[in-house]
Design a protein around this ligand. Structure first.
Ligand SMILES: Cc1cc2nc3c(=O)[nH]c(=O)nc-3n(C[C@H](O)[C@H](O)[C@H](O)COP(=O)(O)OP(=O)(O)OC[C@H]3O[C@@H](n4cnc5c(N)ncnc54)[C@H](O)[C@@H]3O)c2cc1C
Length: 414
């Protein structure tokens, strides 16, 4: 008779690991198994992102994102400091490059203040003092932004989880999910794991895992690649801290930013172009089955109708270098094409509704036996410790321990 664990978590990105940590810190006797299909932790979104600990500036006040970003960011900075993960409070500026962006900049300042972020308006002179190579008519200075390395955060979490007694498996894809009696059975190549609760943190595959578990996810995942370039050595002094353009409130993840990394590199990006495979890091990565399914899906037609202008602009800049360079030069006019080189990409697991709307807020679906994290876009890495606590509270509710669920929820909110 196989042993039944309390919780099996599918996905060893920052959210799966943070959830396991929150469960075990609240209940050290809980049995928790984390399954990761790759041979390392944080192999996909958590290891391919901008490494920014966000301040909570952009998000609609009251949304789950807004609530979890501010507190989650501070918790992440403390975590890094305590676990030897590099972290630096750099702050950032958001720059309006034209007069017609000023109303949006003002709106952003209001949002930030409503979310408890320290924002200060900068005029041309102050922009020039702080970032002499950046062109702007006005800017917001945001104090709380920090830089880290979320790949290292994942490795630190895995080390801590070993000490907390979790069972950690890399190279262990969840291949099949079934139900026997009261338990969910997850099959991996080496073993079958029976669990009282399944937590699906499978990122780009989370809708597939939900369907495999016999549930109907409320959204589908569409992969969107974010491509980066980096500034060649010798020109890296063009910015000293992260510099962002004013975002479109409907699509806040659009707009390349210039970000000095803690390892000395300076990244420009990411853009947002459709990926033709869930882990489609390059244009030539094509999953024909996924593509065929998407092309039949009415959501894609809705998405295209709504966002085609943005899509065409982003794809053009991805495929035609001069257009890309022109966009970057709006923010840093002294940069030339030869100062930049391509530098990898990350793929966002973007949830899309039946009618083709991009879902902005976090989405966590519940069924009697499972918790499915179906949308965890940026700033989910920033907020991961708090999101993990939020999910852990739900785990305890599923396990019938409402007192512990309440205690975990309260301590995450404190
Ligand atoms: C380009 C880009 C830039 C970003 N920048 C930032 C930023 O600066 N700051 C920020 O806070 N957030 C940022 N984000 C968002 C952030 O990276 C994600 O919100 C976060 O990493 C999500 O973590 P996750 O654990 O849900 O997903 P992932 O890290 O993708 O983890 C999911 C894991 O599940 C595993 N998996 C999938 N299927 C299976 C299976 N069947 N069996 C076992 N394992 C499976 C995968 O291999 C993967 O490791 C960015 C994202 C991208 C793509």
């Amino acid at each position: 008779m196989p042993q039944t664990v309390d919780v099996v978590i599918v996905g060893g990105g920052v959210l799966g690991l943070a959830t396991a940590r929150a469960v075990l810190r609240a209940q050290p006797r809980a049995s928790v198994t984390v399954l990761e299909k790759e041979d390392r932790w944080g192999a996909h979104q958590s290891g391919h992102n901008s490494n920014v600990i966000h301040s909570g500036l952009y998000y609609r006040p009251g949304s789950l994102k807004a609530r979890l970003a501010r507190a989650g960011g501070e918790a992440m900075i403390r975590y890094c400091e305590q676990h030897g993960v590099p972290v630096e409070r750099t702050g950032k500026i958001v720059v309006a490059t034209a007069e017609n962006q000023l109303p949006r900049l003002e709106l952003l300042a209001e949002r930030g203040r409503a979310n408890g972020v320290t924002v200060r308006r900068l005029g041309r002179g102050e922009i020039a003092e702080r970032e002499p190579h950046v062109a702007g008519v006005a800017a917001l200075s945001v104090a709380e932004t920090a830089m880290t390395d979320f790949g290292q955060v994942c490795r630190a979490l895995a080390t801590e989880l070993t000490e907390l007694g979790a069972t950690l498996r890399t190279g262990a894809p969840a291949l099949g999910i079934g139900v026997t009696g009261e338990t969910t059975v997850v099959s991996t190549p080496g073993e079958e794991i029976h669990a009282r609760v399944l937590v699906n943190c499978a990122g780009l595959h989370s809708d597939e895992i939900a369907r495999a578990a016999g549930d109907r996810p409320t959204v589908r995942i569409m992969p969107f690649r974010g491509e980066y370039t980096e500034i060649r050595p010798g020109r890296r002094d063009v910015v000293s801290n992260p510099v962002y353009p004013v975002p479109d409130p409907d699509l806040p993840f659009l707009g390349v930013h210039v970000t000095p990394m803690l390892d000395g590199g300076v990244h420009v990006g990411p853009n947002a172009v459709p990926a033709f495979a869930r882990e489609g890091y390059r244009w030539r990565d094509v999953d024909r089955r996924l593509l065929a399914r998407l092309l039949r899906d009415p959501a894609l037609r809705g998405l295209t109708r709504r966002y085609w202008r943005y899509g065409v602009a982003e794809m053009s800049r991805s495929l035609f270098w001069p257009l890309y360079v022109r966009e970057v030069r709006k923010l840093v006019p002294s940069l030339e094409g030869r100062d930049l080189r391509r530098h990898g990409s990350g793929v966002r697991a973007q949830a899309v509704t039946d009618t083709g709307e991009l879902v902005d807020d976090f989405v966590i679906d519940h069924t009697p036996r499972a918790i499915h994290v179906l949308n965890a876009p940026s700033p989910a890495a920033t907020s991961s410790l708090h999101i993990g606590a939020h999910i852990a509270a739900d785990v305890f509710s599923h396990l019938g321990d409402e007192d512990l669920a309440r205690a975990v929820r309260d301590s995450a909110a404190a």
